[in-house]
Write a protein that binds this ligand. Structure first.
Ligand SMILES: N[C@@H](CC=O)C(=O)O
Length: 362
């Protein structure tokens, strides 16, 4: 492997930013050289800026402690030293849309965890195992932005990761009506039990904007490119959801009911799940799970404590697939929300973008 690509993390002090920092320690292809955050953190060392707000299970990596945090709004100053950036900035949606475009216009690719650009029609929203073909729209986005190298790519919401891969694996059976309830960990809100003690022994039946994302984002992931824009799937697949915050640190669980146009057998469904793999597996990307979806036959799986870290938090665990009295089939899925569902998913996307030539040395 030639020289590593230099990367910056925008919003490096928040929970997703911390996850990026942790995942980038000793990355074989990428070297973290710049951390950027709000003006309040700028000028401090990373260790000082984070203070007692370090939320990862492992200690802060030594290599980042003395890096001086840059002001994320000082776009030219951040962009000059990096080949691309990960974005986990914490601003209003309008501000995020604007600043991510500013970075792209400095010819710096942006791989974003934020939702702000998910519905920009020429911005690919990719789960690399499912729809890497959507990266082709980057050439149209570059025309709009007037760039030759810079672009924005995003990943979809964490809440969809425990069931969208199943629907992808089962597309030939034509899933139609899907009813989902998600049970979402508190790290999805950037919190631990220390800073959200109200969640101990509690359930909150509302997560702002989450149900719309859970219902609509899979349709863009399953969409196609038409005239330089991604058009969402319109084949009769409809998803309805309820999203609930539960007292779990990491791991979003989903209970799912599905009707199909062509009802498959249980054996067919399981066979499709366990054999589902994509370009990340074929290319052997550093953060690609070897087995993307595991199926557990025990009646009490998936369990957060036993399964959330499957394949380093990048795999999905499915269980309890059984016939339903109203729908065709029902099952339970689990995905790690800050790994597969956030920083890990964005990192796998960046690895894919490098492997297929969209992110290169400046
Ligand atoms: N919006 C999500 C983020 C994913 O982890 C949530 O609140 O859980």
């Amino acid at each position: 492997m030639s020289e590593k690509l230099k990367v910056g993390v925008l919003g490096a002090t928040g929970m997703v930013g911390q996850r990026f920092v942790t995942l980038l320690e000793n990355h074989p292809w990428f070297e973290l050289v710049t951390v950027a955050a709000s003006a309040h953190s700028a000028g401090k060392t990373y260790e000082e800026a984070v203070g007692d707000r370090w939320k990862m299970e492992t200690p802060m990596p030594e290599f980042v402690k003395n890096m001086v945090v840059k002001d994320v709004s000082d776009v030219e100053n951040v962009a000059k030293d990096v080949d691309f950036v990960f974005s986990a900035v914490n601003m209003s949606k309008d501000e995020i849309r604007a600043i991510e475009e500013e970075y792209a216009k400095t010819e710096t690719p942006v791989v974003s965890n934020n939702s702000a650009h998910r519905w920009t029609p020429d911005v690919p929203m990719v789960i690399p195992e499912i729809n890497p073909q959507h990266y082709e729209v980057i050439k149209d986005q570059r025309k709009r932005l007037g760039t030759t190298r810079g672009f924005i790519a995003v990943k979809p919401n964490c809440s969809i990761q425990a069931y969208t891969p199943c629907l992808a694996a089962w597309m030939e059976f034509e899933p139609r009506e899907v009813v989902v309830s998600t049970y979402q960990a508190i790290s999805g809100a950037g919190k631990t039990f220390k800073d959200w003690p109200e969640m101990i022994g509690n359930i909150i039946p509302f997560i702002s904007g989450e149900e719309e994302k859970s219902e609509q984002e899979p349709l863009k992931v399953f969409g196609h490119i038409e005239d330089g824009k991604i058009v969402k799937l319109d084949n009769g697949l409809r998803i309805t959801s309820q999203c609930i915050r539960v007292p779990v640190l990491n791991g979003h669980t989903a209970t799912v009911f599905v009707n199909f146009a062509k009802k498959p057998t249980k054996e067919q469904l399981i066979e499709k799940l366990v054999n589902f793999s994509g370009e990340p597996q074929r290319l052997g990307l550093p953060h690609a799970p070897k087995q993307f979806i595991q199926y557990r036959t025990e009646p009490d799986r998936p369990q957060v404590k036993l399964d959330v870290d499957y394949e380093g938090g990048m795999g999905i665990t499915i269980g309890r697939l059984r016939e339903d009295s109203i729908f065709d089939w029902k099952f339970v899925g689990l995905a790690h929300n800050t790994l597969r569902g956030a920083a890990g998913g964005a990192l796998e996307s960046a690895e894919m973008l490098k492997a297929i030539g969209y992110i290169t040395k400046k």
